[in-house]
Design a binder for this molecule. Sequence first.
Ligand code: PRX
Length: 632
Amino acid sequence: MMEKINSLSAYFKEYENSIEDPENFWSEIAKTFQWQKTWDNTFSWNFNGPDVKWFENAKLNITENIFERNLHTHSEKTAIIWEPNDPNEKSIHISYKELFEKTCQFSNALEANGIKKGDRIIIYMPMIPEAAIAMLASARIGAVHSVVFAGFSSSALADRINDCQAKMVLTSDGNYRGAKNIEVKAVVDEALEKTNTVGKVIVCKRTGSKVQMKTGRDLWWHDVIKNQSLQHKAASLDSEDLLFILYTSGSTGKPKGVVHTTAGYMVYAQYSFLNVFQYEHDDIYWCTADIGWITGHSYIIYGPLLTGATTIMFEGVPTYPHPGRFWEIVDKYKVNQFYTAPTAIRALQAKGLEPILPYKLDSLKVIGSVGEPINEEAWHWYHDNIGKGNCPLVDTWWQTETGGIMISPLAGITPNKPAHASLPLPGVQPVILDAEGNELKGNNVEGNLCIKFPWPSMIRTTYGDHKRCKDTYFSTYPGTYFTGDGVKRDHDGYLRILGRVDDVMNVSGHRLGTAEVENAINEHSGVIESAVVGYPHEIKGQGIYAYVICSINDQAESDLIKEIIATVSKIIGPIAKPDKVQIVSGLPKTRSGKIMRRILRKVASKDFSNLGDTSTLLNPDVVEEIIEGANI
Ligand code: PRX
């Protein structure tokens, strides 16, 4: 059994061990897992490749570590509590034994439908238990899942299917989200018109919406599992075999497929879950993320299930049918650990204290935050009103690429400091670099956050384009992994994440590239050029501000803006819709033609001080025009 760190001195000792002898440190942790064959070498690495391998030449299956490893101790324990969107619908409790059987059954169904080890499967499903079963069955047979958030548009879905050459799509008829019933299958149908690799689509019935089933391609979930055995022998995978691909936005081009492999991801998912949340055997744990994001992968599914935890999967949204919905669920299941995003906290904070009053919230032991910097006001509101002033708040910093939590307090162990992710987990070696790549040692320094040593769950490559992985993460500061975030180490040595230093926005905890949104805007036939920046937004953290040059002038500006917003929604999805659009006659550019985003960011943030010397611009007049017409 994996031991938890149980005191601050034990944390410092474990941290020191992990730096002094990482081989021994990680191999001791890895020994608590079930291996079909153990490793020859704990890890090897070269950040110039990059070429990183963990637990080399070992054989395993992550689902054996969720099921077979633990069944003798908790087969009847609830693995997943599923809470529906509509509180009047019945919730579902699935024990480890049942989840194991359903995983095996669906593994057999996938194989019966031609899926083999290494094949890519797209999961485009709502937050229903079948989505978890789909991920686990994919892992069990050695296929590679790529979950696509079910709010992405058909064209975003098609891009992902094409990029990973997926053979199968798993989906549902519809998706209940708040008051909406989204026609999920119809989105898949549209996406598949632009792809040619998908042979089969398996559709899970959720809403009963009428769907078109294409003969020979589309099958019902309930039909494919009929007559399939509840037993399945797990595939034997190499440590470095792909477990999943998850697409995420960067500062250039289309989203890239972040690749995670089997053994390292598994070891780190459980280690980080257990220690950050200090999970105890009978605790009820709830992470409100969607499985379409890395948080859902590592801290709804893999981390908790590897630990033998009871994990809640919530289908709905925080404010439906009322703004106390989260707190109702916390009381209903006596949730002990609650993990959500600052954007949800701020949205609920804006509703005032009244929605919280009917609830006790006295089961909570730990509250957590993830996805974006949490401002001090939201931190205190969350700590005081939800944690009642006596729950440790874990502000967890990490990324799709890191696979697991990297910098965070350990609940109840690391002293809390508002808005500080605080200290690295054992095994994680962050460094702060200045623009030239010099390490800023000591306290009271601010710079670019990099990691100088490998950790088990780190990104291995970007699918199908290894050079892109190198260029994005390992070239800015050679020899280190560059996170894209700014960070400050304060006078106590605690780390505070300052947000992205590249052209990536963080909107309601969703990561979006400015270039990605610009490309979508430019799809509108009346658009000549656009520039997108993030600006501070009270609820979303960052909002999207688009400056657009149009060729059309015979249409009302408000209609044009509506169309531009609708175009972005169609190309990417509603999460990428610009909050503000300003039609401009030009964009401030340097003499070499580069857009001066700094100026655009300042205007969007209502900060007109210190715009810098604009006289060297190609078109200084446009700055005046932009300021005058600013939509702020
Ligand atoms: O900017 C950081 C921010 O979210 C980015 C990673 O986004 P994504 O890959 O979508 O993963 C989100 C969930 C892990 C980071 O580069 N971020 C994440 N957590 C925090 C954060 N910023 C500040 N504080 C955090 N706790």
